[in-house]
Write a protein that binds this ligand. Structure first.
Ligand SMILES: C[S@@+](CC[C@H](N)C(=O)[O-])C[C@H]1O[C@@H](n2cnc3c(N)ncnc32)[C@H](O)[C@@H]1O
Length: 222
């Protein structure tokens, strides 16, 4: 870890919470009542899931109201949804009470006890959640994933992207919480430095409802 990277909080540290998502959870749920906003959202998750062993464990970090987590559970995976917003998790738990939901954030250790019970993690999904991790904290988050996974673990990150080649990352206006969009190559480099090699990426162009390009980026732990 670089000297500029803050030490990760010790295992067991409670999540910092997400007041923005807590306040807007019901509105968020009404605005996004289903898992997919655009066909490529689903195709990217399909491509990620197709690379995983049937019945494997998937950790969904920043699972929100749990729609996508449960899509994967319906396909036969054991899923663990993790989110720092108590209200978002409450909606997920109420709607899907038989699934596993844990208060935590993008750092792996929050999910450790549930993962220990479930066995090795085959895949980590972080859809539009790492955008809320301050960039200086991202390397420690990715290192925490590498420290707790086996070679072959797949990762799918979905995020608002920055395509100007000279920029790595930039804060952007987000109605719910502070957020940063990443240059896909810079995020791929950060993953690579943590031990996850990029396997594919898809960039989706902006449209009337999505002002920024979006990237779905898959990587595998070496
Ligand atoms: C835009 S929602 C996406 C929810 C879900 N992943 C999906 O695709 O439908 C972003 C979620 O990230 C969560 N989040 C915010 N900060 C986070 C962090 N530091 N670590 C993990 N999740 C975070 C929020 O609470 C929220 O539920």
């Amino acid at each position: 870890m670089s000297a500029l990277t803050p030490d990760p909080p010790p295992p067991g540290t409670p999540p910092a919470g997400q007041p923005g998502y807590d306040a807007l959870a019901e509105l968020y749920d009404r605005t996004f009542p289903g898992p997919w906003q655009r066909p490529l959202d689903r195709h990217a998750v399909d491509a990620f899931a197709d690379g995983l062993p049937r019945g494997g464990t998937i950790l969904d970090l920043g699972c929100g109201t749990g729609h996508v987590t449960v899509e994967l559970a319906f396909r036969g995976f054991h899923t663990i949804g993790v989110d720092p917003s108590a209200r978002m998790l409450q909606i997920a738990r109420k709607r899907y009470p038989r699934r596993t939901w844990i208060a935590g954030d993008a750092r792996y250790p929050a999910a450790e006890a549930a993962v220990r019970e479930a066995g090795p993690v085959s895949g980590i999904l972080a859809r539009f959640s790492l955008i809320h991790v301050p960039p200086e904290e991202l390397p420690a988050v990715l290192e925490s994933w590498a420290a707790h996974t086996e070679p072959g673990c797949h990762v799918l990150l979905s995020f608002q992207a920055l395509l100007e080649p000279e920029l790595d990352v930039e804060e952007f206006p987000h109605v719910v919480a502070p957020a940063w969009r990443w240059n896909p190559s810079s995020l791929a480099r950060a993953l690579d430095e943590a031990g996850f090699g990029e396997t594919w990426r898809v960039i989706v162009c902006p449209d009337d409802d999505h002002p920024y390009p979006e990237c779905h980026l898959c990587a595998v732990r070496a």
